[in-house]
Design a protein around this ligand. Sequence first.
Ligand code: SF4
Length: 362
Amino acid sequence: MTPKTFSTEELTSLKTKMKLWASELGFSMIGIADTELSQAETRLIQWLADGRHGDMHYMAKHGDRRTKPAAIQPGTVRVVSVRMDYLPDSAAPPTTILQDSTKGYVSRYALGRDYHRLIRRRLQKLADLMSEAVGPFRYRAFVDSGPVMEKPLAVKAGLGWLGKHTNLIDKDSGSFFFLGELYTDLPLPLDKEQTDHCGDCSRCMTACPTGAIDKAYQLDARRCIAYLTIELKGSIPEAIRPLIGNRIFGCDDCQLVCPWIRFSKSVSTPDFQPRHSLDNATLASLFSWSESEFNTRLEGSPIRRIGYQRWLRNIAVALGNSSRTTEVLVVLEGKKAVASPMVREHIEWAIARLNDRAAEVD
Ligand code: SF4
């Protein structure tokens, strides 16, 4: 398809309409970036060379396709970046759960339904509206679904700045949001980047339970609880297990301590509200789920993709960090029969840790 030529006025008018449509579709913000990502590419190459991506080999596998948008969608000259706030307004307060070692802490983004389909559907509607307005054009939608530098692109599109914790922050809305992208061959007018407002603050670096943010703006995924409880398929390193506390799927600590989250806007979006009391459930009750309960209850949840065994692995670690009660020992023992060898080792570690700590107190 030969790209149609548009005047500056037509493209400016389209961009104005896109902002309106994005808002009607429930996006909190939309911005346009070009595809020049050389700075982000340099940082990515160094991060990979340092091995800080852990087992996420797919990060290296895509080569420069990640930093050259036209390599995965030919003709791309702009990236439309969208943001959707997700902090659920009905969830139990995160600090209350983090301070209660009998409860399991699930990252705020994973309490409800998987966001990918919801955002993809809305991105598609946005592309349809654009097509109706200007005729056919080339595009491809991404929602955490391909080798896309989503955060650097969002920064370029003016959606926020990358904080020292490496998450995107907007000074009017905090950092709890999902991102999506539309790669397009339409040379839309660009947005301006926001300035960095981290200043002298380093709260997120100090607060990280495992010291994963060991340098400002750099994350060692191998120590990050989100990586250890979601991406890592194998055994969680023993030295890190006590530091994980009761975080069973992801971690929000670096965002929770950030001064900018006071501007977060919680949302009533039904899909993002907690399901099956995931915001306030006891570790023992979650650990008691059978595999079929796990599969049924977490249908349509981002948690389901880690599978039952990794779910048990994560909760076993958290139970090992809780208090030794008869109920906890019974549920741990009770799962040995269905646990894989890797998970069984985590259960034994948890029981031994509970016994050791009880012996220290006696
Ligand atoms: S806690 Fe401080 S340093 Fe970290 S991202 Fe927020 S403002 Fe930046």
